[in-house]
Design a protein around this ligand. Structure first.
Ligand code: SF4
Ligand code: SF4
Length: 229
């Protein structure tokens, strides 16, 4: 049992799948950028990119399964210049949605891959993990994205989330990889989720996911502590 498992058990919680709602497709690790905070270790030199054949197999699966949400992720391969793109993006938000984009807010970054290496290199890894563990909020366990998401790699292999994909933790803690086209979404409900100490990143404070906070109950972690980590 890992430390996250034992923390869940100590709070009388379990992390189990609900009915799948989101098909999250990570198209690859090729990216224009090489951000320090990247949990994918993406960059311009990476070669991993989804083949047309895999795209087509995923489309066939999704036509049958009809999950309500398809979330495309992976490297950002936008052409330069970025400043013009950002200006265009802000203008579209303002014109069509009345939204003034003036500040980017961030969510908890999980200590995985390049970001974990950077934390270790800076000597911050232990303190960062200790902060996440101390901020564990049992109220968030109902909401992590792994509960209703099927994450798919550029090879078509399935994982409980993109972080697990980068950590090579197959869906449900299976021994080896399985492919999306071998998965029946109706059979996933109630099945276990592979977890590790990185999961404390999703359950700290108000919780964190691709969709933002998981609960309004923020636990007792102070925002200043999070910002300082
Ligand atoms: S995938 Fe995202 S976080 Fe990673 S290097 Fe590219 S832009 Fe940065
Ligand atoms: S990191 Fe852990 S808690 Fe977070 S989404 Fe993945 S499996 Fe769930």
């Amino acid at each position: 049992m890992n430390t996250f498992d034992s923390t869940l058990a100590a709070h009388g919680r379990r992390l189990r799948r609900t009915r799948p709602r989101v098909l999250q497709i990570n198209v690859g690790q090729l990216c224009n950028l090489s951000c320090i905070h990247c949990h994918v270790n993406a960059g311009p030199a990476r070669k991993e990119i989804m083949s047309r054949e895999t795209v087509e197999r995923i489309l066939v699966w999704q036509r049958r399964a009809r999950l309500p949400v398809v979330d495309l992720t992976g490297g950002a391969r936008l052409p330069p210049p970025q400043a013009e793109l950002e200006a265009d993006y802000k203008r579209e938000l303002r014109t069509h949605f009345g939204i003034e984009f003036n500040q980017l807010y961030t969510i908890t970054n999980l200590p995985v891959s390049r970001f974990a290496a950077w934390l270790r290199h800076q000597g911050h890894y232990e303190a960062y993990m200790a902060l996440l563990v101390s901020a564990f909020n049992p109220a968030t366990v109902e909401g992590p994205m792994c509960r209703d998401t099927i994450n798919v790699s550029w090879l078509g292999e399935v994982f409980d989330c993109d972080f697990n994909q980068m950590m090579k933790l197959p869906m449900g803690g299976a021994r080896g990889p399985r492919h999306l086209w071998d998965i029946d979404p109706a059979m996933l409900e109630g099945t276990p989720i592979a977890v590790g100490s990185h999961c404390f990143g999703c359950t700290a404070g108000a919780g964190s996911s691709c969709g933002g906070a998981l609960t309004t109950a923020g636990g007792d972690v102070r925002q200043a502590d999070v910002a300082a980590a």
